[in-house]
Design a protein around this ligand. Sequence first.
Ligand code: C5P
Length: 222
Amino acid sequence: MKQLSVAIDGPAGAGKSTVARQVAKQLGLTYVDTGAMYRAITWKALTNGVDLTHEDAITQMAKNTDLRLSMDVKGSDVWVDGTTVSEEIRSPEVTSNVSTIAGQSKVREVLVDKQREMGRRGGVVMDGRDIGTHVLPDAEVKIFLTASIEERARRRYQEMVRRGFKVDLEQLKKEIGLRDEKDKNREHSPLRPAEDAIHLDTTGLSINDVIGRILQYCRTNV
Ligand code: C5P
């Protein structure tokens, strides 16, 4: 029997990964962070000096990359060709360049194939921008998480400081706004809620409130 699939989409900093990881843990499902996959390819291109706008070169590189994710409650580990890059893919440089790669349809096809393979038998909580609309359109539970831009910038700021990066809150707010615009307005698989997604605005809610609500939606769908 196919296990439950949960799709969690939304803009940067809405709390998707924290919430998705905990929901997966509570339900005994596998967490898949698809943003980490776009970040990993961006990191590899930057590290190898590949022109980020050269779609064919990036697509070929993505096809030839051994990309592995291992997620647990503490965090996510991401390996590119056998090297762990979990911290590197969260750098400001990768963050400000990832939308360029994520806007390329051929690159998306390569990563979406890998994501669908991971979700083929169900049993996943997958977060991203196009999971409910495109990657797992048959997911039993689809959530669209949002929060005000001020709150999202504050959360990202705290996360970056915790990771040891020096960041400016106002600058971060501008960058998040820019990334939202690029993700929403791109031609291929733009960020938008699936028609059957449940909208959840997390502004002012605690992480535990959000997790509790999503678990409730999941339990009514099993
Ligand atoms: O979720 P995260 O902020 O790590 O995602 C980084 C970037 O990867 C997003 O801004 C977006 O451009 C891209 N992305 C995407 N589709 C997904 C997941 C992430 O285009 N399913």
